[in-house]
Design a binder for this molecule. Structure first.
Ligand code: PLP
Length: 407
């Protein structure tokens, strides 16, 4: 008799975005002529750049000729791409071998699957608020208890608040796996080298592993802020890094990411090299490689011309972030993030809850954002606005907030 995985029954999530959709539908039914403006989702809107399109076309052309056609490739990605990614890390002063880089179809699958190489008895710590994938995949794997009082029993929440600059203090008690996302979704905060160093030292001392999500690294313009955790001394001994071209190059639909699992990585019951081998084993068993067309596109993104063009794309979204932040601040709203990250984390006005703020924004300004409480208990009282969108739509939404939000 087949039985389901009972951990799915613990999941509270899947609530946030469906509930946003439900409220928007109800609003539109009551106000059919209102034009709702969406700043809620982190989805890219601008076309791929010319060099990248040429790279993808080249990938298609290679498949059209019997002399250059390729079928399955290495599960961990083409050597040329892994070498190119390793060279990018070298530019940040981090020396990696190509077989420490595993190409994938994105940062979401990697950040979801990486926990599977660790035992179910590991204690997990997450930033609060956090990208929901880290929490939900550990719930499904059975590393938490039940959902109670807006949190999962057994999960360590590391509050990210205005007081600590939205970067957590070191966790108290025993913690084995630590998820850190910088630049952060949803708060838009970026960890400094010193902040990451404290976590690296903590992890090395306890043989804990940091899972570092750098999906928004390309949005950092301040040269003093680390674009990879491997800029921090010792990180190769304790950190796995996940990244992707989704936001940097508009690959949200193309799908191309990577995980770095250093051979020097240590853990309690595995000698250096073991976690690298386990991830190799996991990927070769459960994944058949990223699309060869997407990998051609990725090589084009990483070329000097591609990098220049993608910086233009990032600059476009960061200008949107500036417009949002300045616009909200001009009417007295308190904002965080949005400087080296494409998310603006707004404090709700007049002590409103995140959902009350959502309703107010929708009803008065016709703007959709994301209630901060959907990302964790410390997100209550905040509201996330995404800079991904066409500039004219962002400007219209900000103008509507300025003119119509009753503060
Ligand atoms: N990690 C974070 C923090 C994200 O916000 C997102 C997407 O919004 C992802 C990963 C997903 O990236 P990908 O498109 O590469 O799966």
């Amino acid at each position: 008799m087949a039985r389901i995985n009972p951990n799915y029954g613990k999941l509270e999530a899947g609530y946030l975005f469906p509930e946003i959709g439900r409220r928007v539908r109800v609003f539109q039914e009551k106000n059919p002529s209102a034009r709702v403006m969406r700043l809620g989702i982190g989805n890219t809107t601008e076309p791929l750049t010319p060099t990248v399109i040429n790279g993808l076309r080249r990938g298609v052309d290679l498949l059209a000729d019997v002399a250059t056609y390729t079928g399955y490739g290495d599960e961990q990605g083409e050597m040329a791409l892994r070498e190119s990614l390793a060279r990018r890390y070298a530019r940040y002063g981090a020396s990696l071998e190509p077989d420490e880089v595993f190409v994938s179809d994105g940062a979401k699958p990697d950040s979801a699957n990486i926990q599977s190489i660790f035992g179910v008895d590991n204690a997990v710590a997450v930033q609060d608020p956090a990208y929901p994938v880290y929490v939900d995949t550990n719930v499904i794997a059975g590393r938490t208890g039940k959902w109670k009082d807006a949190r999962y029993e057994g999960l360590v929440y590391m509050p990210c608040t205005e007081e600590n600059g939205f970067f957590p203090d070191l966790p108290r008690g025993k913690v084995d796996l630590i998820y850190i996302c910088s630049p952060n979704n949803p708060t838009g905060s970026v960890a400094t080298k010193a902040q990451l160093k404290a976590f690296v030292d903590y992890a090395i001392a306890r043989r804990a592993v940091i899972i570092f999500d750098a999906a928004y690294a390309a949005f950092i313009s301040n040269p003093d802020l680390p674009r990879t955790i491997y800029e921090v001394e010792g990180a190769r001994r304790c950190a796995i890094e996940i990244n992707s071209l989704s936001k940097e190059a508009g690959f949200t639909g193309v799908r191309l990411g990577w995980a770095v699992v250093p051979k020097a990585l240590e853990c309690e019951d595995g000698k250096p090299g073991v976690l690298n081998r386990l991830w190799f084993r996991r990927q070769t068993t459960m994944f058949n490689g990223a699309s060869n067309i997407a990998q051609r596109g990725a090589l084009a993104v990483l070329s000097p011309e591609g990098q220049k063009e993608c910086q233009g794309l990032v600059g476009y979204y960061m200008n949107n972030a500036r417009v949002i932040r300045e616009g909200l601040e001009s009417v007295g709203l308190r904002c965080f993030g949005g400087v080296n990250a494409p998310y603006v984390w707004m404090k709700t006005p007049n002590g409103l809850s995140s959902w009350e703020c959502f309703d107010k924004m929708l009803e008065e300004a016709h703007v959709v954002g994301t209630p901060g409480s959907g990302f964790g208990p410390s997100g209550e009282g905040y509201f996330r606005l995404s800079a991904f969108g066409h500039a004219e739509d962002i400007e219209r939404a900000v103008a509507s907030i300025r003119e119509n939000l009753r503060l």
